[in-house]
Write a protein that binds this ligand. Structure first.
Ligand SMILES: C[S@@+](CC[C@H](N)C(=O)[O-])C[C@H]1O[C@@H](n2cnc3c(N)ncnc32)[C@H](O)[C@@H]1O
Length: 211
């Protein structure tokens, strides 16, 4: 779907638009801009956020390249779970590491459509909250939308959602990071990347998870 020149990742669904940047409803981009009076986050929250260049994680020098031409990330891949009937998200998809990932590292920013919280599509399974905003990857997104919840897959999550500042654009974004804990074990190549969606996600959808 979409632009002929865009390189979609392997296994990307036809009915979802692949993007390498956040998409905004109306003029909400200012609400994520550091220093803007309409910013949704307070000074203290912003001070605590990691500052990261997203173009660097794509291995690019030019920031413009990634935002103008959606590019698949080389550190992750979307794999079908059709051959794994015991996997709780089978026969759909999951997100896997293509190389060893270090404790605490940003794996991928989470991109989708940014709306006000009250305008978010309530039934979306791909929607995250960013204070008074929501980022929904239901019909527009990047590889991040394929990250599964750890329940029934791993003993505990090996990744987490966290806000950070994308210094290329001086903007607050949501990212999927490798969990940083005492053991500093990171995520091994070929391992599935799993976060915790939180109990609220599952209680609102009783019957979708087996634990
Ligand atoms: C953000 S999507 C994750 C990607 C999804 N597997 C796909 O192929 O599009 C969230 C949905 O994936 C499924 N899912 C994710 N983690 C799961 C788990 N641990 N057990 C069962 N289903 C899961 C549920 O249907 C959930 O609503």
């Amino acid at each position: 779907m979409g632009d002929k020149n865009q390189k979609t990742p392997k296994n990307w669904p036809n009915d979802v638009k692949f993007v390498s940047d956040l998409q905004f409803s109306g003029d909400l981009s200012k609400n994520l801009q550091v220093g803007n009076p309409n910013c949704s986050f307070g000074k203290r929250d912003i001070e605590l956020m990691q500052k990261i260049s997203v173009s660097k994680i794509y291995g690019l020098n030019s920031t413009q390249h990634i935002y103008r031409n959606p590019t698949a990330l080389k550190t992750v891949r979307i794999d079908s779970l059709a051959d794994f009937p015991n996997h709780p998200a089978s026969p759909y998809y999951g997100l896997f590491a293509t190389k060893n990932l270090l404790s605490g590292q940003l794996i991928i920013p989470y991109y989708g459509l940014v709306t006000k919280n009250q305008d978010a599509f309530e039934e979306s399974d791909y929607c995250l909250r960013l204070n008074n905003l929501a980022v929904d990857a239901n019909s527009i997104g990047n590889e991040g939308r394929f990250v599964n919840d750890y329940r029934g897959i791993l003993d505990k999550p090996n990744a987490e959602f966290k806000e950070f500042i994308n210094i290329d654009l001086n903007r607050i974004e949501m990212g999927i990071f490798v969990i940083s804990n005492k053991s500093k074990e990171g995520i091994k190549k070929k391992q599935e990347i799993c976060v915790s969606y939180g109990k609220g996600f599952w209680s609102a959808r009783s019957g979708k998870s087996n634990s």
